[in-house]
Each structure stands twice: as structure tokens, then as C-alpha cells.
Design a protein. Structure first.
Length: 295
């Protein structure tokens, strides 16, 4: 009964949500790229940080499939078993997962309209390997648009940083990670033919922060654009969102600004259901596919 309730609620809410998105003029053919921190998605083997039932996994899959996304950067995935457990409810989808995040790995899910292949873990991003996660790089294509994508989950400033020194270290590590990502993107753009680069994931911060900014290295790079700057958190609209899509200038020219959206399951479902999905919301944007490939 609980399973029927949550799937019916989600399916109905998503049909209204997608219908509202469709009130704007029809865009050209697109690829929808998003990011979703699924909050301790486990493999079902005890001990579980966030125990979930099979019905919870199906609800997460319903949310993903109903969002319209084609390629989804994911964070906080325990292992391949956890990923496969989710993919069982996403027919036609495939996934790949990094190995550089201990029990909180990052990866990519993609549907049958997209081709993706793994490049591998990017360990320089784990500036403190015991506390940070590596990035994960994949190469994807849909139609004339191919891009290189780094999936990230940057260092958080959380309740586990229980002292001023730990909080200072968290901020400094995130600054270092932003600088590393800038160097990686600049290196790709300057030393390869690939001009379409995306950095997608949970940045644990937001651009244009006035106090203790940590993403300045990325913001100040004239070759990169925060496409999701200005979005607010689905948990508290007084706060800025921390899940983002950053693009090189070439990729940003394909961006359709009015198709940017946050799929707010927190507003779609009663708290007892919403909390089973994640404490983040899925962020998605669309890139047009009419322009010929430039690289």
C-alpha cells in the first residue's frame, strides 16, 4: 500500500511538473543533463547509513525517469550493488561508478538515447584522501553534441566538523578543490580538441557567496560559466542551492536558460515519503542539439 501511495503521488506530481515546464515554446531537440545527490544510497547490506526498502528505490527511479533527464550525475552511491539496485527500476538505463569516494562514490546514469564511456577516477580532487572524494570523468554524446564531464562531490562543511580548526580545514580543502577543477578544465580546453566540458555535481557551496567564498577559482575562470547560479535550495528557499552545472563557453552556448529546473520532490510528497528519497533535489538543464559539433 505504501509503495502504491508514493508512486501514484510522484507520478501525478511529475506529470503536473513536466506539464508546467511545457508551457514555454517548444525548444529544439535537446539533451537534458542533471545532478542528484541521493543521500547514502546503499546496497541493502547492514549496517546501512540510510536504510531503504525496494519501494524506496522504485520511488527514486520514478523521480529520475519522470524528470526528463537523459544523463544524470549522481553522488553518495555506496557501491556497484547499490547502483544496480536502482537501475533495476530504470529499464533501458545504464550506469557507471567511480571508486574514489569510500562509501560515498560519484557516478553517471544515462538513458538509451545517450552514449557514455568512463574515463575514470580523478584522484587529484581528493586533496585529503581520507576525507575527500575523487572526481569521476566520463565522455558522453547525444546527436551532434559530445562532451567531457567531471562528476564531483566537494568537501562539505558539516556537523562532523566539530571544531573551528576542522571547519577552517573544510573551507580550505573546498577552495583547493575548486582550484584543481579549474586547472583540469583549462588543461582540457587548451591541450585537446575537446571544447565542450562540464563539471556537474554537489559543490557543497554556491557561487557569488559574499562571506568565506570557496568556489572563486571556478567563478573567476573566463572559460567557465556557472549555469545554475542563483538557484535556491528545495529544503529552504532562503538558502542557495549547492548542486550545480558548470560549463565551458562552447557548451554554455547550447544551454537553454528557461529549461533549467529543480525537481522538488520535497514539495511533491508528504515529509514521510520525501525524506526516504534524499535531502537534496534533482537539478536538470537542457542543451540544444541543432548546432553542429565544433570539435
Amino acid at each position: 500500500m505504501r509503495h502504491i501511495q508514493i508512486v501514484i503521488l510522484l507520478s501525478g506530481a511529475l506529470s503536473v511538473f513536466i506539464g508546467a515546464c511545457g508551457t514555454v515554446p517548444s525548444p529544439p531537440p535537446t539533451v537534458a543533463i542533471g545532478t542528484f545527490n541521493i543521500e547514502w544510497l546503499g546496497d541493502g547490506i547492514e549496517p546501512e547509513q540510510k536504510p531503504r526498502t525496494e519501494e524506496d528505490y522504485q520511488a527514486i527511479a520514478t523521480l529520475i525517469a519522470g524528470s526528463g533527464v537523459n544523463v544524470l550525475a549522481v553522488q553518495e552511491i555506496e557501491n556497484d550493488s547499490a547502483l544496480r539496485r536502482l537501475l533495476r527500476y530504470l529499464p533501458g538505463w545504464q550506469g557507471m561508478l567511480g571508486r574514489g569516494g569510500h562509501r560515498q562514490n560519484v557516478g553517471v546514469l544515462y538513458d538509451s538515447t545517450v552514449q557514455c564511456r568512463p574515463i575514470g577516477d580523478y584522484y587529484p580532487l581528493a586533496v585529503n584522501p581520507e576525507r575527500n572524494r575523487a572526481g569521476f570523468v566520463a565522455e558522453c554524446r547525444k546527436g551532434p553534441f559530445d562532451w567531457l564531464m567531471m562528476v564531483v562531490h566537494l568537501k562539505s562543511s558539516s556537523r562532523y566538523d566539530s571544531t573551528d580548526e576542522l571547519r577552517r580545514q573544510a573551507i580550505e580543502q573546498r577552495r583547493q578543490q575548486a582550484a584543481i577543477l579549474r586547472r583540469w578544465a583549462d588543461s582540457v580546453l587548451q591541450n585537446s580538441r575537446e571544447q565542450d566540458v562540464l563539471i556537474v555535481g554537489d559543490f557543497n557551496d554556491y557561487p557569488r557567496r559574499s562571506r568565506q567564498p570557496t568556489l572563486g577559482a571556478l567563478e573567476q575562470d573566463s572559460a567557465l560559466v556557472f549555469l545554475t547560479a542563483g538557484m535556491t535550495s528545495c529544503l529552504d528557499h532562503r538558502r542557495n542551492a549547492i548542486d550545480h552545472i558548470v560549463a565551458s563557453l562552447s557548451a554554455a552556448r547550447r544551454w537553454i536558460a528557461d529549461r533549467r529546473r529543480m525537481v522538488n520532490h520535497q514539495a511533491m510528497l508528504p515529509p514521510r515519503f520525501a525524506d526516504r528519497i534524499s535531502d537534496h533535489c534533482l537539478v536538470v538543464g537542457e542543451f540544444e542539439l541543432q548546432t553542429p559539433d565544433n570539435d
